[in-house]
Design a protein around this ligand. Structure first.
Ligand SMILES: C[S@@+](CC[C@H](N)C(=O)[O-])C[C@H]1O[C@@H](n2cnc3c(N)ncnc32)[C@H](O)[C@@H]1O
Length: 448
């Protein structure tokens, strides 16, 4: 057990009960520093060696992946667990690490800033409450208690995030105040991605999201099984377990894991280190359905929360033990889809779920998917055409209608064999008063 100082700033925490602190919530303590110390478990061994496993049946990415999780049978040795290993790679002249290091550093800062940036929101709400006239306060006397509950939930989330960060090798001390203005602005801009990551954990690895998840993933999984069975029946594939599937935008890995759990050869690729580190924790950490971790993913939703119970709803994860998978041909790769995959005729299937909308140019993604598919291979896509950069003033965004997308698919050399409109929940539809449903597009196309 080690004891270290609390990283929070309690300077404004006058009405919020900081759950672990010695500060009495009844006393007003403006502009004092939190003196709380809290205990953590033994430090994780962070210096595990980077391990790039060789997957016998797996088409290799053409460029060096930034890092790669080992197949599940070797998860304990897997890479991506150590930013230190990345630093070593950088000094060995790998072509990607400068960008990697910048991204890892950003992820590290965002993780480490989570506790303080989150609590600041509650601090300022508490301050706003304090400034109300006394007679107005009596109308909503429970607000400080609700904010305290939410702050407690945030503290708990921050402890989980620290465990995720520790398994990723992110243990370096961090001073938000010491960042230069640009880095500080970047960290504040990246902070919502950590919050989204908590929602992504809930979506991919909690029982409460099982229904929403299956609305997105089940059609894809069934289409993959059908395509593999048909390829075997047609004699174009020797056996089902050699059917190779690439999952770009794999996020926390559940879809890729489900495909691997059905016995296929699978590689997930994800560009966000925040998501990869969370995925790493779920795949390589010790939480199981019998000994789950708890999160409060909606604690941040200070607006559009029907009640304190909704805001502080507890979610358990994981709902299944990812380490029980017996498939050596499953891996996760860190990096950009377009950078890593351009080998022609490499994959039997590319499965994408809310991914192609994340590009600056959906056309480039569709063309690349067509290139890397084997002749007769299938692209299975579920998406919303809700383009990520549609309201960006600085990022280009090529946007198409569903009809135009069909034309792109055909002109890229694929034939659409199935198209449907589905109703689904997009990845970041959340509880509370936001409970969006989308009409989504499900398409299966074969490479001619
Ligand atoms: C909207 S999320 C969808 C995640 C997941 N497929 C799902 O349905 O829950 C899109 C994911 O794609 C990742 N991503 C975006 N562009 C990428 C790229 N060029 N290469 C790899 N991953 C990318 C994002 O980081 C994000 O995790």
């Amino acid at each position: 057990m080690t004891v270290r100082p609390c990283t929070c700033s309690a300077s404004l925490r006058s009405t919020i009960h900081h759950p672990h602190c010695s500060i009495d919530p009844a006393q007003s303590v403006p502009f004092t520093r939190c003196t709380h110390q809290f205990a953590t478990g033994p430090p994780v061994d962070l210096l595990r060696q980077l391990h790039l496993p060789h997957h016998r049946n797996l088409p290799r990415p053409v460029a060096t992946p930034r890092c790669e999780f080992a197949p599940v049978s070797h998860l304990r040795d897997s890479l991506s667990q150590s930013a230190t290993a990345m630093t070593n790679l950088a000094s060995e002249g790998d072509q990607h690490p400068p960008l990697d290091l910048a991204r890892i550093t950003r992820a590290w800062r965002a993780f480490r800033a989570y506790r303080r940036l989150s609590l600041q929101v509650f601090d300022s709400q508490a301050l706003a409450f304090e400034h109300l006239p006394e007679d107005a306060k009596t109308l909503i006397p429970d607000v400080p208690i609700r904010l305290s509950h939410a702050a407690e939930a945030i503290e708990h989330n921050a402890d989980v995030i620290e465990r995720i960060a520790a398994l990723a090798g992110i243990t370096k001390p961090f001073q938000l105040d010491a960042l230069d203005p640009d880095d500080l602005a970047q960290t504040v801009a990246d902070f919502p991605d950590v919050v989204d990551g908590l929602i992504a954990i809930t979506r991919d690895w909690s029982a409460v999201s099982e229904k929403d998840r299956s609305l997105s993933y089940d059609h894809i999984l069934r289409a993959i099984e059908k395509a593999a069975d048909e390829a075997v029946s047609a004699g174009t594939l020797e056996s089902r377990d050699t059917f190779s599937v690439l999952v770009p935008g794999a996020s926390l890995g559940r879809l890729a894991w489900e495909i691997a759990n059905r016995g296929f050869v699978v590689q997930g690729v994800e560009s966000s280190y925040l998501q990869l580190f969370m995925c790493n924790y779920i795949m390589n950490g010790s939480a199981t359905p019998e000994a789950p971790l708890h999160l409060y993913p909606y604690a941040h939703h200070t607006g559009m929360a029907p009640s304190v119970n909704d805001q502080c709803k507890e979610v358990e994860f994981p709902d299944t033990n990812p380490r029980q998978l017996q498939n050596p041909n499953f891996s996760m790769v860190a990096g950009e889809f377009l950078e890593l995959y351009n080998k022609e005729d490499a994959w039997d299937c590319v499965a994408t779920c809310f991914f192609v909308e994340n590009s600056h140019s959906i056309v480039s993604y569709v063309r690349r998917i067509a290139t890397i598919l084997k002749s007769g291979g299938v692209w299975i896509n579920h998406g919303s055409l809700d383009f990520r950069f549609d309201d960006s003033e600085t990022e280009p965004s090529v946007e198409v209608t569903a009809e135009e997308l069909e034309l792109v698919i055909q002109r890229a050399g694929m034939r659409i064999i199935r198209k449907e409109m589905l109703i689904c929940k997009p990845p970041f539809a959340v509880s509370g008063m936001i409970n969006e449903e989308y009409k989504s597009i499900f398409t299966v196309a074969t490479r001619i």
